[in-house]
Design a protein around this ligand. Structure first.
Ligand code: KG4
Ligand code: ZN
Length: 365
């Protein structure tokens, strides 16, 4: 079975062809092509994503990207058995370009359409190209620009969120700290690079301990597995103001001109160490509370971080912890295709391209 997958949830326009026999996916799943057009160069100039600009850039790129994915895979529409698309979560305008393209192509070429959740796809990046595969039950740590979640999976396509952030996502925290230090967008890779020259023990930042139940009743009620990253971002800001010897009313945008290069490197290294320690402490706690877990899967843009990978392997063992190949940590459509194939294996039915289900959730509610 050949799936044409589309991803456009943030600032990457991506399409891929992924093939596999749903009855025997672990052995047959194969990446036939993978095309990603990134808008990073546009948003470097602004220091972050502008949703309206992102949507317009998706509109320009999406059809050539789909065409290239088919060409690279050496497939025509006759070879494609189904279309998969990210339908939520993400930026509304960006998601609309992907979902409207996918539903139009599904209607035009008479193909079944699968609407796939972005975070599930990040998890399934671990089934794409790795030699060995995770075993169930497993715990997934999904760390991206918009989410920080601990998810237990007892089987394929079964997701139980057992921990989540109460405020900022960890990737967002990397991006905002990078901005304070005057490092380019996206902040994650820039912080990781700067941290190499700094002392991770120079500054001590707090590790939040949550004890109260979440205000949102839909969130999991286990404070010990929840995250909070907004305080860490503020702690970096206050330390930067202190070492620059300026009052706390000094705007964060001015600090990059007041800090020495070595101070920036020490702040980046100490921040990165704290963020990684917080993530891995909570992950360790989740493992203690779920002793049946066989594998740990780390996914999402922040999972590209090499210091995090090293420490996770040290703590949990190379055989037990899984990461996607680094190029599949960030947003791509190959993971959407893999996720859709495992949905099909689990008996999920396609979505009617004319129904509201295909639209991003925020359009419906
Ligand atoms: O999964 P992703 O590509 O998009 C979302 O679904 O949000 O994640 C993007 C996030 C950004 O916040 C980016 O700064 C972060 O992943 N990121 C990293 C690294 N590479 C990307 N964070 C830390 N270290 C990295 N090497
Ligand atoms: Zn993502």
């Amino acid at each position: 079975m050949n799936i044409l997958a589309i991803e456009s949830s943030c600032d990457e326009t991506a399409a891929a062809v992924v093939s596999g026999d749903p009855k025997n996916l672990d052995e047959t799943l194969k990446l036939e092509s993978n095309v990603v057009v990134s808008q990073i160069d546009i948003f470097k100039a602004y220091g972050g994503v502008i949703p309206e600009v992102a949507a317009r850039s998706h509109l320009e790129a999406i059809l050539p990207v789909v065409k290239k994915a088919l060409k690279d895979a050496d497939k025509t529409w006759d070879d494609i058995d189904a279309i998969a698309v990210t339908h939520t979560p993400g930026l509304l305008g960006s998601l609309l370009i992907g979902t409207l393209t996918a539903r139009t192509l599904a209607i035009l070429h008479n193909k079944p359409l699968y609407a796939v959740h972005h975070l599930k796809s990040h998890i399934y990046a671990n089934w794409l190209t790795n030699d060995s595969l995770p075993e169930f039950p497993l715990i997934a740590l999904v760390i991206s620009g918009g989410h920080t979640q601990i998810i237990k999976m007892n089987q394929h396509n079964h997701f139980d969120i057992i921990g989540t952030t109460r405020d900022d996502a960890v990737g967002e925290c990397f991006d905002k700290v990078a901005k304070i230090l005057g490092l380019p967008y996206p902040g994650g890779p820039a912080i990781a690079e700067k941290a190499k020259q700094g002392d991770p023990k120079k500054y001590h930042f707090p590790h939040p301990k949550l004890t109260s139940a979440p205000r949102d009743k839909n969130q999991p009620d286990n404070p010990s597995l929840d995250f909070s990253f907004s305080g860490l971002k503020t702690a970096v800001l206050r330390t930067a103001q202190e070492i620059a010897n300026v009052p706390i009313s000094t705007p964060s945008g001015e600090l990059k001109n007041l800090l020495a290069d070595g101070q920036k490197a020490d702040l980046a290294a100490s921040f990165q160490k704290t963020a990684i320690d917080i993530l891995l402490e909570k992950l360790g706690q989740a493992l203690t509370e779920n002793p049946d877990v066989k594998s740990i899967v780390i996914a999402g843009g922040v999972s590209a971080n090499q210091a995090l990978r090293k420490k996770a392997i040290q703590e949990f063992g190379e055989d037990r912890v899984f990461f996607p190949e680094p190029k599949f940590s960030g947003d791509n459509a190959a993971m959407v295709g893999a996720s859709a194939l495992y949905e099909i294996k689990s008996g999920v039915e396609p979505t009617d391209p004319y129904s509201l289900n295909i639209l991003p959730r925020s359009v419906i509610s």
